[in-house]
Design a protein around this ligand. Structure first.
Ligand code: LLP
Length: 400
């Protein structure tokens, strides 16, 4: 990847996505499930750029969505309705209505109260809504607490007994068609056992449902496969798939997997320019033109992202913090890293930025969001324009 050329053509701060790497990740995971019917439903929240979603749609991917905005993006990018899933703990009536009207694969229901709302709305529309139920198997996924979702302490899904009750209700309703079960215990998972244990619990529940004549079609294992940011040892897609498939003996189901980070994180780079170096007491800072509003993960989770300097400098390395211009002390990308003396306009490339990067950005401090560029077969193209000041004030100006 020629970051210097990309920065000079598209300016900084800039997100760069390697679509070929995304294809490789997709194919590796898809082929790990061979031998069973499977759908990879790309988790749009990881990187919701339309060209990225379209790239996966062209490879045959579905879409896992958590708002009607994401559902609309999936449609716009060409994902077929029958591969779109709509999850989330707080769907509004309007969102539910639109999802039913759009005839997506299923709505993933996350509470009993929501099941009743879906039923009422489907009835009003004179339709039957396909649903799945998100089970919370109460398994510790051993990841960062903010991205752990499979414990009863977390707001997601329902416990097994509630799920069974909901499946029976749905089965007996004319407006609901229970087709799937779903569980997603957390993100950036690097241990296989919790996923396996969750799959065992949920597969057992399906066997007990079959005994009372409730047969589902889809076994949705959520996303969560971890990646290497630093030195994490990750789960191999093949081992992951085999562990899950091993729990499904005797069940005729299509497996659905909703990867986000695994497909996009290490395909993405955040490219920024050095503005200044400064010294405060013993502390040395490199100030760059990218900030926490562009890439929030280090500030929000204390997440590690590898940082690479592109410079002609040959000086000795020093211990520096890399920080942005936003007025928050948490506006940093890396702490205590060893870099040579940097010059104005040298580049800092933040790695593993393709997932939960741009999408978690904001306009804080009235900063326009960065441009996004996709690189495929050695060719770069703009996939989102840089936001300008007019974009930032467009929805307010008329009220002056
Ligand atoms: N399916 C469901 C229902 C999810 O909630 C998520 C992620 C995924 C799939 C995709 O998970 P993945 O394969 O990307 O791990 N902002 C956080 C990550 C939040 C993940 C939320 N749910 C971060 O930057 O680490």
């Amino acid at each position: 990847m020629n970051f210097k050329e990309l920065a000079s053509e598209y300016k900084t701060p800039l997100y760069v996505y390697d679509l070929d790497y995304m294809s490789e990740q997709y194919q590796e995971l898809k082929s790990a499930f061979k031998g069973r019917k499977s759908i990879l439903a790309y988790a749009v929240k990881a990187n919701s750029n339309l060209s990225v979603i379209k790239h996966f749609a062209d490879l045959g991917s579905g879409a896992d969505c958590v708002s009607i905005g994401e559902v609309r993006r999936a449609f716009l990018a060409g994902v077929p309705a029958y591969k779109i899933i709509f999850s989330g703990v707080g769907k509004s009536d309007d969102e539910i209505r639109e999802a039913i009207q759009k005839d997506i694969l299923y709505i993933n229901v996350e509470s009993e109260a929501e099941l009743f709302r879906v039923e009422v709305i489907a009835k009003e529309l004179n339709k039957t809504s396909r649903i799945s139920i998100r089970v919370n198997p109460n398994i510790d996924p051993k990841t960062h607490p903010y991205i752990s979702t499979g414990l009863h302490d977390n707001k997601f899904g329902v416990d097994i007994d509630t799920a069974k009750r909901m499946f029976i209700l749905a089965k007996n309703s004319e407006s609901l068609d229970p087709v799937g079960v779903h569980f997603h215990i957390g993100s950036q998972l690097t241990h296989l056992e919790p996923i396996y244990e969750a799959a065992v619990i949920v597969a057992d529940m399906l066997r007990s449902l079959e005994a009372i004549d409730i047969e589902l079609k889809f076994f949705d294992v959520g996303g969560g496969l971890g990646i290497t940011y630093d030195d994490e040892v990750t789960i191999k897609p093949y081992d992951y798939a085999q562990a899950i498939l091993g729990t499904l003996k005797g069940l005729d189901l299509t497996v659905i997997c909703e990867p986000g980070r695994f497909l996009t994180a290490n395909a993405g780079y955040f490219v920024s320019k050095v503005l200044y170096e400064k010294q405060n007491g013993d502390k040395k800072f490199v100030v760059i033109d990218g900030a926490m509003n562009d890439l929030l993960r280090p500030s929000l989770y204390g997440a590690y992202h590898k940082v690479q300097a592109i410079t002609d400098s040959t000086s000795d390395v020093r211990n520096v913090d890399i920080v942005g211009p936003v007025c928050e002390s948490s506006d940093f990308f890396a702490k205590d890293c060893l870099l040579p003396e940097l010059n104005r306009n040298d580049l800092i490339v933040v790695h593993s930025a393709g997932a939960y990067g741009f999408g978690m950005g904001s306009n804080y401090n009235s900063r326009g969001r960065s441009a996004e560029v996709a690189v495929q077969n050695g060719e770069a193209r703009l996939v989102r324009k840089r936001e300008n000041f007019e974009d930032l004030v467009a929805l307010e100006k008329e009220f002056l």
